[in-house]
Design a protein around this ligand. Structure first.
Ligand SMILES: *Cc1c(COP(=O)(O)O)cnc(C)c1O
Length: 382
């Protein structure tokens, strides 16, 4: 019995080492283990767990990284979007334009404040919201736009900011997948009214649990979100309005500060691996757009092909993970049925949902594995 168990365990281990996963947080942890353990030890010993020195330092460091005045850390990226909208005064009866080809949190945040999500279709090569489609959706009720920098590539911010100025709209950047990405030399999140980031563990800058941050140059908005995240507390046990509990804890902040020192290196490595993929498979599938005015940080390396199913199967047979982000665009989700959209409303988002496939990419991924994945894809076309 004991021997059998041992054999099974070894067989399992072999399988695990063979499998190329979407993400490998364990090997990243190995490389920063000493610093993380030291930081944890200090926090455990001080006994100060919420809204302390690490949170303050992280906020200052992230504001500096983005060259903006303010940053407020929060419990999640979803909260960063929600509290941005609330602080900007978006409310029931207002319309907010966003992409239907994103994670549900983007549109959920709009619904949280009682406003109506209005979708505008994407550009088929960048997977980001198409500014021309935004223009078609503007009504007298439109109050804001939430561009999503999907997969780590900035949306077309010049066009979006021009539209916003013309129509007096707020711009809330969903940067959950794009920490460190740039548009015309500017870090994403620093261009619109607010920039919203997620520290979910799988994100480019990921904590060891949930977390998020909002950045802004608008001091009023900063102060409002700071109060909202902590029950509207203006002085101990004095509450001027109803807020939330949306704080980042010291442990997560300390871990994020360690990773923040390495984020550019992590992103640079993602870029190298992405360009290797592209050099190997661009003859057979659509590869991510590399645009001269943007720095892509490859949260995902997402290919597009009419033969997605075959590619998926071949990867699976070779113990390589791959994921479809996103299989159902938001306008076709049950949760947004009340908005009244139907199939055919956003053809680019719908065809993307049928044809995209994200491949493993993370800083620790080995080049030989990229080559093996590429070879597996090429084989399906031979
Ligand atoms: C992850 C993500 C969010 C939400 O972030 P959480 O920290 O998980 O709440 C929002 N928008 C996009 C595009 C995301 O990928």
């Amino acid at each position: 019995m004991a021997i059998q168990q041992k054999v099974n365990k070894e067989a399992l281990l072999r399988m695990e080492t063979k499998l190329i996963s979407m993400l490998d947080l364990k090997s990243q942890y190995e490389s920063i283990k000493h610093e993380v353990e030291q930081a944890l030890k200090e926090i455990l010993e001080t006994g100060h767990f919420v809204l302390g020195a690490n949170v303050e330092k992280l906020e200052r460091e992230i504001a500096e990284y983005h060259n903006v005045k303010h940053a407020v850390s929060l419990a999640s990226g979803t909260d960063a979007l929600h509290l941005s909208l609330r602080a900007l005064g978006i409310k029931e009866g207002d319309e907010v334009i966003t992409s239907p080809f994103t994670f549900i949190a983007t549109a959920e945040a709009i619904a949280y404040v009682g406003a109506t999500p209005v979708f505008a279709d994407i550009d088929s090569t960048t997977f980001n919201i198409d500014p021309l489609k935004i223009r078609e959706k503007i009504t007298p009720r439109t109050r804001a736009i939430i561009p999503v920098h999907l997969f780590g590539l900035s949306a077309d911010m010049k066009e979006i900011m021009d539209i916003a100025r013309e129509h007096d709209l707020k711009v809330i950047e969903d940067c959950a997948q794009a920490f460190g990405a740039k548009y015309n030399g500017m870090p994403v999140g620093s261009i619109g009214d607010t920039g919203c980031f997620s520290f979910y563990p799988s994100k480019n800058l990921g904590a060891y649990g949930d977390g998020g941050i909002m950045i802004t140059n608008i001091t009023d908005i900063y102060e409002k979100v700071r109060l909202l995240r902590n029950h509207g507390t203006t002085a101990p046990y004095k509450h001027n309005f109803i807020g939330y509990n949306s704080r980042l804890d010291e442990i997560q902040a300390a871990i994020l500060r360690i990773k923040l020192r390495r984020i550019d290196e992590y992103n640079r490595r993602r870029g190298e691996l992405a360009r290797l993929y592209t050099s190997l498979v661009s003859n057979v599938v659509q590869c991510p757009a590399e645009l001269s005015d943007r720095i892509h940080v490859y949260h995902q390396y997402t290919i597009r092909s009419l033969r997605r199913r075959e590619i998926e199967n071949a990867l699976h047979d070779n113990h390589i993970s791959s994921v479809v982000y996103y299989p159902v665009p938001l306008h076709l989700q049950e949760a947004f049925k009340y908005l009244g959209y139907k199939e055919g409303d956003f053809p680019e988002s719908e065809s993307s949902s049928r044809e995209v496939l994200s491949l493993p990419i993370y800083p620790e991924l080995e080049e030989r594995n990229v080559r093996f994945i590429a070879e597996t894809i090429l084989n399906t076309f031979r």
